[in-house]
Design a protein around this ligand. Structure first.
Ligand code: SF4
Length: 321
């Protein structure tokens, strides 16, 4: 059994329009998405901003309510559970955020922030036990235990992200959704946080869904990668296969934009024309057809299914082979 199994997940947001706010449209932020994550695995998730990747991550931890579909975590359906049942399952599934400043309560000390997570799930026997666990967690993420009484504003961006990681680890999760955890940090600090996540994964057998717009970071940390465009998965496969031999024209364009170190590289940059269409009114047929450099007539009318092109490598393109 996979650790996480997402089946036909949809997150559609209603948008009110018109004088009386009557006409209702829907933003299809996540539109019929299915995938699995195995124990101890890192699955990367990439795509341009607005493609739905953050909404997908938030739906997995129920920060946004799914419209349809199933999220089976350890065999239990999170999408359709609430209250105590949800709390018990959610303990194994945590999230760290892009903005370490906004995600930490500025009026709470580090001990209170991490201790709160222990309290919610009743994981500390008493106050002393809670203090001891907070100090252990700070050590685990490379922070001085003496920092426990400090407030978030007394730390650098990288240190605040480490506090967010310690808070997520407090409840001993099996899977952490990492939503662009390094994109707000200085380049010099990014590698330290990525290395910390990898060390913690090895020590604790954690699985990650690692969300990023930067394919270079995802390539470094993920065993498999999936690519999203306008709320849909357009490619999914082993990281090396997707990066070296992308099957979908959108992935090919994303990869062509990653700078290469090799001066002899023959790689040509594929520049996509036009903007990403509105997810309120996505194009008919293949959602990528308005920007695809190789689109053919059927792309305007037929939705390409996500299909296995070679074993373990899937793409949603009529022409992929
Ligand atoms: Fe391009 Fe057509 Fe493939 Fe869509 S289905 S990616 S428009 S070739």
């Amino acid at each position: 059994m996979s650790l996480l199994e997402v089946k036909h997940l949809k997150v559609h947001f209603p948008v009110k329009r018109g004088l009386l706010n009557r006409a209702r449209l829907h933003v299809k932020a996540v539109d019929d998405v299915s995938f699995v994550i195995e124990p101890g695995e890192t699955l990367g998730l990439v795509g341009e901003s607005g493609c739905g990747k953050t909404t997908l991550g938030r739906a997995l931890v129920k920060l946004v309510e799914p419209t349809a579909g199933n999220i089976l975590f350890d065999g239990k359906d999170i999408a359709n559970s609430h209250g105590k049942k949800l709390l018990a399952t959610r303990r194994g599934l945590q999230m760290i955020f892009q903005d370490p400043v906004g995600s930490l309560n500025p009026r709470m000390t580090v001990e209170q922030i991490i201790g709160e997570a222990l309290d919610i799930h009743r994981l500390a026997a008493n106050r002393d036990d809670c203090r001891a666990r907070v100090r252990e967690l700070l050590k685990a993420v490379g922070l001085n235990e003496a920092y426990a009484q400090r407030y978030p504003h007394e730390f650098s961006g990288g240190q605040r992200q480490r506090i967010g990681i310690a808070r997520a680890l407090a409840v001993e999760p099996k899977l952490i959704v990492c939503d662009e955890p390094v994109s707000a940090l200085d380049v010099s600090v990014q590698a330290q946080v990525v290395n910390l996540l990898q060390d913690l994964q090895q020590q604790r057998g954690l699985a990650y869904l690692f969300i990023a717009h930067d394919l270079a970071v995802v390539k470094h940390i993920s065993q498999r990668v999936m690519v999203m465009y306008l709320g849909k998965i357009v490619e999914l496969g082993a990281t090396n296969a997707v990066v070296d031999q992308p099957k979908h024209p959108y992935t090919q364009a994303l990869i062509s934009a990653v700078p290469v170190v090799d001066p002899d590289s023959k790689r040509q940059r594929i520049v996509l024309v036009g903007d990403v269409p509105s997810p309120m009114n996505p194009p008919s047929g293949c959602p990528f057809h308005t920007r695809c450099p190789i689109a053919v007539a059927r792309c305007k009318t037929e939705i390409p299914p996500l299909r296995e092109i070679i074993p373990g490598h899937l793409a949603a393109c009529h022409l992929a082979k």
